[in-house]
Design a protein around this ligand. Structure first.
Ligand SMILES: [Zn+2]
Length: 65
């Protein structure tokens, strides 16, 4: 059974004022060396979904909804 990482407190959805979600994702990917832990981003959605699940897929892992 799939349990959303939101349910376990492992993720956050947010927007950045003045940027579209894709610009925020690209910024995070470009600056991934600043991240203390590997993260996962949801691709192709109009908001930024960031979570810490499946952290063994590289520093920033883009997954499809
Ligand atoms: Zn989310």
């Amino acid at each position: 059974m799939y349990v959303s990482p939101h349910m376990t407190g492992q993720s956050v959805d947010f927007d950045v004022q003045g940027l579209i979600a894709e610009e925020v994702r690209q910024w995070i990917i470009k600056n991934q060396n600043l991240l203390p832990y590997p993260i996962r981003l949801e691709a192709d959605v109009n908001w930024v979904h960031l979570d810490t699940r499946d952290a063994d897929n590289g520093k920033v892992y883009l997954f499809n909804p």
